[in-house]
Design a protein around this ligand. Sequence first.
Ligand SMILES: *[C@@H]1O[C@H](CO)[C@@H](O)[C@H](O)[C@H]1NC(C)=O
Ligand SMILES: *[C@@H]1O[C@H](CO)[C@@H](O)[C@H](O)[C@H]1NC(C)=O
Ligand SMILES: *[C@@H]1O[C@H](CO)[C@@H](O)[C@H](O)[C@H]1NC(C)=O
Length: 331
Amino acid sequence: MHLTAFFASALVVTIVNAHPGHDIATEIKERAAMMEQMSHRSLNHCAEEIRRSGMEARSVARRNALAAQLMTERGLTGRTAPIDTSHKSSKDYTLDTPVSTIFATNATCILSPEVTEGPYYVTGEYIRSDLTETQAGVKLHLDIQVLDIKTCKPVPRAYVEVWHTNATGVYSGVVANGNGNSADKTNTKKSFNRGVQQTTADGVVQFGTIFPGHYTGRTVHTHVMVHTNAVALANGTIKDTTASHVGQFFYDQDLITLVRKTSPYNTNKQSLTLNNRDGILTQASTRGDPFINYVMLGETSVSGGLLGWIAFGIDTTLAKKVSAAGQFTGN
Ligand SMILES: *[C@@H]1O[C@H](CO)[C@@H](O)[C@H](O)[C@H]1NC(C)=O
Ligand SMILES: *[C@@H]1O[C@H](CO)[C@@H](O)[C@H](O)[C@H]1NC(C)=O
Ligand SMILES: *[C@@H]1O[C@H](CO)[C@@H](O)[C@H](O)[C@H]1NC(C)=O
């Protein structure tokens, strides 16, 4: 064992002991039990239906339109299509690669159903597409599609919630050891990098946010929760104590490395856990590909922002009770 690897595992153990909420060993066990119950473990069986129904073509068009809009807004010209590295692709994309290939739904970019929401879930967040508030960081736009794992059809009118840390690895809304400065009680009132959107007829939601930072003991990730029974409230939030899906998305290590070199990510003093040392990611990867596909909107650097996309399947008949670290009440 390398010394650095040794220190990494020693650190994880310390955290687990000090903060029971971070005990990812329990999370992993619960997830494994849950996955065993699922009738389908990936969406591979849906590939044909996705193409036949025209869903793949619509996804390509939608992602391309979003990329074009974002590039225009930022004055990023010089390409007819945003092209750069893409998650896990064995293909080498070039300027001549058709957009239809780059943005295709295809792949097995499918998130297996998972089970726990972790210690940083806060209920009662706003229905909104821009989660950035005043947080500095690399702009990240997400196009997320939810499919029914049994029928391979999109899941319309579901509420999809995401939450993740800011550039220096702190979640809003929760004051806890291991989550930034626990003496700063004002964080309970904050809601940055959290929000909810309702899926379209094609099962799609889009969010504008920043690329997450890392925190000790975990690799960079974004939490996702899907509610199929939620009710929208008059004040722009939703009410639901159950979820049909609770999971996490991940990002290529190369991309994390590029982002970490930029400000303010480069001021994050927390220790970095690599993807291949993250227990939850290792487990999720055995049942699918939980990585966000992405393109850089700028020509050569992440500073122009990123467009990321993923499609995943849920079991719409599941309604698992979720527990939150807190509720956002707006005051
Ligand atoms: C998607 O996968 C199928 C085979 O599973 C392949 O024929 C098709 O070309 C792929 N599409 C893209 C855009 O890669
Ligand atoms: C992240 O959030 C914490 C808590 O609000 C804050 O102290 C910190 O400055 C934020 N990081 C950045 C880069 O803004
Ligand atoms: C929205 O309304 C619900 C129900 O009245 C309430 O519990 C919640 O605190 C409100 N949230 C905000 C952000 O105003």
